[in-house]
Design a protein around this ligand. Structure first.
Ligand SMILES: [Zn+2]
Length: 76
């Protein structure tokens, strides 16, 4: 883990809020200890940025594609 340039880093907050459960978590935390959601850096409102869950997104698309192929195979 590389340290960021202190000049560009937001120093106003000592903790950030989880976007899912609104629990205060450590500023450096990568995931919320309460609800296990992955969080990013703190934004200007003191909220943790919500990261896109790409794996879940891709699995969802894959499942829909599978369903589409299955329907096509089963009924045509
Ligand atoms: Zn949370």
């Amino acid at each position: 883990m590389t340290k960021q340039d202190p000049a560009t880093k937001e120093k106003k907050y000592v903790s950030k809020k989880c976007p899912e459960c609104y629990e205060y978590i450590a500023l450096e935390a990568r995931a919320c200890p309460s609800c296990k959601v992955r969080v990013g850096k703190v934004d200007q409102h003191g909220m943790a940025q919500q990261l896109t869950n790409w794996r879940a997104y891709i699995i969802c698309i894959a499942l829909w594609l599978f369903l589409a192929f299955y329907v096509k195979w089963a009924f045509f």
